[in-house]
Design a protein around this ligand. Structure first.
Ligand code: GUN
Ligand code: ZN
Length: 422
């Protein structure tokens, strides 16, 4: 396997502080043999290293904090709001993953779609079928992507072929976690994934929390995405004062939990999220497609709640985290807030790494970090007179005109691959 050892070119470096970047117009990034960044700085005078991918800007790879593997082929299937869309379109597609051969074909498409868009790391809802989730892990391993993923847990509220009782599902998750969590130096992690409160019994949620606690695993689920869902959760769990309280009561609101959406929260839910140091995946393109509502980014950032961006494919219509960032701009405008392209790009990279608890090694171009990189062709960067803001605007808002040319994890280029024959 060949890895980059030196990159010379335009380097866009996010800082630890939200929404800030440093631009190094002629920089050099040095990697060690394992793909860790050893040094970064301006090219010295008389530097003889050739420019790597001329015309490209280098930045940390994108982090997709919420994406559904078994919805890869259901993108753009409009069938109403969340609960109708699940029942009418999504559950039928997800049932196909009972066949591991189908899962293997789609797993290739799924990983390739992320690589094509410069995504280097993702938090993935797997199939509710364990064999298909195992297939997903194998493909993630082969592709070189960084990810956390888990079986989507459901024991009610869906067709019987998607529901697995807690007594079967949890030992199977334990087995997958034993095999994959921490694989390849932590590149792959197992993520405990109860789908949402409406598809989980109290027993399943308690067992999921116990598994996550025992193994120190991350957790992901959906929270307060649509008003009809919030009302249904209130009916199903009358003993809980709020939606978030249903998760908290079953041990699922922790600092390792990543909640998708969080659109319809009461003040006490915002307070609890902050208190527990839980993270949020903001999925604006999905929210527009399903007509779910508008996320209030400043409610989160003012409380210092960690936020990343999620494609939420297949409710989201794109694997491009730049398109998602652009949708986040539109969503914020609806709240009367203009978010800068710097903050949007930061959320799609460093913010995502923070939300996944990966800040020690991922999401920045700094010595000691893994060289998870994307090279994006960008004409604006070549103009000596262009400003940092112009460059950031072009990257976020003009994704089509500024294509991804290379996606790298630990310095290794993730290659385009042949599709397996159907
Ligand atoms: N809530 C429960 N399941 C899902 C899903 O698959 N997609 C979205 N967007 N929301 C959900
Ligand atoms: Zn989702």
């Amino acid at each position: 396997m060949t890895r980059l050892r030196t990159v010379r070119g335009t380097l866009l470096c996010p800082s630890r502080e939200r929404g800030r970047f440093e631009l190094i117009r002629d920089g050099v990034l040095e990697l060690d043999a394992a793909g860790t960044i050893r040094s970064i700085g301006s090219a010295p005078t008389g530097c003889t290293v050739a420019t790597t991918r001329p015309g490209c800007v280098w930045l940390p790879g994108f982090v997709d904090t919420h994406v559904h593997f078994p919805q890869t082929r259901a993108i753009g299937r409009s069938s109403g709001a969340l609960l109708d869309w699940l029942q009418q379109t999504i559950f039928a597609e997800e049932a196909k993953f009972a066949d591991p051969h189908y899962a293997a074909i789609v797993a290739r498409e799924f990983c390739q779609a992320m690589i094509d868009q410069g995504t280097t790391c993702a938090s993935i809802y797997g199939s509710s079928h364990h064999a298909a989730t195992e297939v997903l892990f194998r493909e993630l391993d082969r592709s070189g992507l960084r990810a956390q993923a888990g079986t989507t847990l459901m024991d009610r509220g869906a067709p019987a072929e998607l529901c697995v009782a807690a007594s079967d599902a949890l030992p199977a998750c334990d087995e997958l976690a034993a095999r994959w969590d921490g694989h390849d130096g932590g590149r792959l992690r197992y993520c405990v994934t109860p789908r949402f409160a409406l598809s989980c019994s109290a027993e399943l949620m308690n067992g999921a929390a116990e598994l996550a606690q025992r193994r120190g695993l991350p957790i992901q689920t959906h929270l307060a995405e649509h008003p009809d869902e919030v009302a249904a959760v209130a009916r199903a769990f009358p003993e809980s004062a709020t939606y978030l309280e249903t998760y908290a009561a079953h041990g699922l609101c922790t600092e390792r939990t990543l909640f998708g959406h969080a659109l319809w929260l009461a003040p006490e839910e915002w307070r609890l999220l902050a208190e527990q140091n839980a993270a949020i995946s903001h999925c604006p393109d999905s929210n527009f497609f399903l007509g779910s509502g508008v996320f209030r980014l400043r409610e989160a950032t003012e409380r210092r709640i960690r936020v990343g961006l999620g494609s939420d494919v297949g409710a989201g219509r794109t694997f491009s985290m730049r398109r998602v960032a652009s949708a986040a701009y539109d969503a914020s405008l609806l709240n009367g807030v203009k978010v800068s392209s710097a903050e949007l790009l930061w959320l799609a990279t460093t913010g995502g790494a923070e939300a996944l608890g990966l800040t020690a090694r991922v999401g920045r171009l700094e010595s000691g970090f893994d060289a998870d990189l994307v090279a994006i062709e960008c004409g604006v960067a070549d103009r000596a007179s262009s400003t940092l803001d112009e460059l950031l605007d072009a990257l976020v808002f003009c994704a089509e005109g500024n294509p991804v040319r290379g996606t790298y994890v630990r310095g290794r280029q993730l290659a385009r691959t042949e599709a397996v024959s159907p």
